[in-house]
Design a protein around this ligand. Structure first.
Ligand code: ADP
Length: 413
C-alpha cells in the first residue's frame, strides 16, 4: 500500500501532530512519523523493525504482551489504557505519560495496528498542579472552617458572658432602685413624721405644759386631788406621745425588714389582762370593757408583744371612736389550730366610702379627723399579723359601730 500515492501519504503522515506508530502482529515497528520519533527521541532508522517494547517502559512489558494479544483477538478500534495511566519510554531513559488510540487494519492480507500517541506530560503536570492546588484549597477550607467554628464558639462564649454581665447589671440596677425606693419611702416617712410631730404633738405638749404649770400652783395639802388629776393628764399624754413614737419606729423596722419576732408560749388571759388594764386608763366617762374571763385554758405559741400590740390597738380605737357610756366588747375563741379575737364598739363607725382604705398607712376616715390620731396603727397591726401568718378584717356601719376580727394560728411556724 505504501507504494501508491506515496508522496501524498507521506506528507499527511508526517504532518500529523500525534505520534503515529504502526506495528505488525509480532509487534515489530513497521512505520513511524516525525511526531512519534521526536516524542520518543529516536530516528526513523532506529525504530523501524525494532520491537514495540523499546517505546514502553520495562516495568510494563509483561502486561503489555497480554494486552496486545487480547486486543488482536477482538480487533476493534479503541483507546488504550482504559482506567490506568500509560507511559512511553524515551530513548534517553526517562518515561513520560501518553495517551494512545489503537486502530487495527488489514493490508494485503497482513494485519497491522496503528497506534496514535499523544504526549500528555504537560496536561498531566497541569492536572497534578491542579490537584495540588485543589488539595491545598481543601486544606485551607478545612482550616478556615475549623477557625470559623472556633470563632463561633468563642462568640457564643462572649455572648454568654455578655448576657451574664447584663443580668448582673439589671440585678444591680434593681438593687439600687429598690434601695433608692426604700430610701425615698423612709424620707417620706421622716417628712411625714416631722409634719405629724408639729401637728399631733402640739396639743398634748401644750396640755402637759398647762398641767405642769397648774401643778406648781396647787401647793396646799388639801389640793392633792387636783395635783393627782394633772399628774394623770401628764402621764396619759406622755403615754400617747410615746405610742406615736413607737408606731413610727415600728414602721421603720417593718420597712427595713429589721424585725425579729420572738416566739414563746403564753397564756391569753395574761395578754387580755394587760390590754384591759392599760385601756382602763383611757376610758371615757361611763365607758366599760366587756372581756372574757373564762379563757385560762387558752394559750398561744406566738410573739406575745405583737399579739398585745394588735389587741390593744383595736381596743384603744374602740375607746377613741365611741362615745361616753359606750360598751367595748372583747371576745376570744380558740379551736384546735386557730384563735379568733373580736373587738366591737358602738361608736361612730367607718363611712362605707372610706372602708377599703382603712389599712392604708396614714389613712384616716373622714368622720375621724376631729379625733387625734395618725392613721398608722391599723397599718402596722396588719403588717405584723400577716408576717405571723394571721389576718385582720372588720365590719362597720357609720354611727352604729365597728367590729374588728383578728385570726391567728395557735402555733407560729
Ligand atoms: P388612728 O386611730 O391613729 O387614726 P388607725 O390606723 O388606728 O389610726 O386607724 C385608722 C383609721 O381607721 C382611723 O383614723 C379611723 O378613721 C378608722 N378607725 C379605726 N378603728 C375605728 C373604730 N373602732 N371606729 C371607727 N373608726 C375607726
Amino acid at each position: 500500500m505504501f507504494q501508491n500515492d506515496k508522496d501524498v501519504f507521506n506528507v499527511l503522515f508526517e504532518a500529523v501532530s500525534e505520534g503515529v506508530i504502526v506495528v505488525n502482529t509480532k509487534q515489530q515497528i513497521v512505520s513511524t512519523n516525525k511526531s512519534a520519533e521526536d516524542m520518543f527521541g529516536y530516528t526513523k532508522g532506529e525504530l523501524l523493525n525494532a520491537h514495540l517494547h523499546v517505546l514502553i517502559p520495562q516495568r510494563y512489558h509483561a502486561n503489555h504482551g497480554e494486552n496486545f494479544d487480547g486486543f488482536m483477538k477482538n480487533r476493534e478500534k479503541r483507546q488504550m489504557g482504559h482506567g490506568r495511566d500509560l507511559y512511553g519510554a524515551h530513548k534517553n531513559g526517562h518515561t513520560f505519560p501518553v495517551e494512545a488510540g489503537l486502530n487495527p487494519m488489514d493490508i494485503n492480507g497482513e494485519t497491522f495496528v496503528m497506534a496514535l500517541v499523544i504526549d500528555i506530560s504537560v496536561r498531566k503536570k497541569q492536572e497534578l498542579e491542579l490537584q495540588t492546588l485543589n488539595n491545598e484549597l481543601e486544606k485551607k477550607v478545612e482550616t478556615r472552617t475549623i477557625e470559623l467554628i472556633t470563632t463561633v464558639e468563642e462568640l457564643k462564649e462572649v455572648n454568654k458572658e455578655r448576657d451574664l454581665e447584663i443580668k448582673k447589671r439589671i440585678e444591680a440596677q434593681d438593687k439600687i432602685s429598690n434601695a433608692l425606693k426604700k430610701e425615698k419611702e423612709l424620707n417620706e416617712l421622716k417628712t411625714k413624721f416631722l409634719s405629724l410631730v408639729s401637728h399631733e404633738f402640739k396639743t398634748p405638749l401644750s396640755g402637759i405644759l398647762t398641767s405642769a404649770m397648774l401643778l406648781g400652783k396647787y401647793k396646799l395639802e388639801k389640793q392633792q386631788e387636783k395635783r393627782d388629776k394633772h399628774i394623770k393628764t401628764i402621764t396619759d399624754k406622755v403615754h400617747y406621745l410615746n405610742n406615736i413614737l413607737n408606731d413610727f419606729l415600728s414602721i421603720e423596722k417593718l420597712e427595713t425588714g429589721k424585725i425579729n419576732y420572738k416566739y414563746s408560749t403564753f397564756k391569753l388571759s395574761k395578754v387580755v389582762d394587760e390590754v384591759v388594764y392599760n385601756a382602763n386608763m383611757l376610758l371615757k366617762e361611763g365607758q366599760t370593757i366587756k372581756y372574757p374571763e373564762n379563757i385560762d385554758d387558752y394559750a398561744l405559741y406566738q410573739d406575745e408583744k405583737i399579739v398585745e400590740l394588735a389587741l390593744s390597738n383595736l381596743v384603744h380605737n374602740a375607746i377613741k371612736y365611741s362615745p361616753e357610756h359606750g360598751v367595748i366588747g372583747i371576745e376570744i375563741n380558740q379551736n384546735e389550730t386557730e384563735t379568733k379575737f373580736v373587738v366591737s364598739d358602738h361608736g361612730m363607725g367607718i363611712p362605707k366610702a372610706d372602708q377599703k382604705q382603712i389599712f392604708n398607712r396614714y389613712f384616716r376616715a373622714e368622720n375621724a379627723l376631729l379625733t387625734q390620731g395618725t392613721g398608722i396603727g391599723l397599718n402596722i397591726v396588719k403588717s405584723h399579723l400577716e408576717n405571723l401568718g394571721g389576718s385582720i378584717s372588720f365590719t362597720s356601719e357609720e354611727n352604729k359601730g365597728s367590729t374588728f376580727i383578728i385570726l391567728l394560728k395557735n402555733k407560729a411556724e
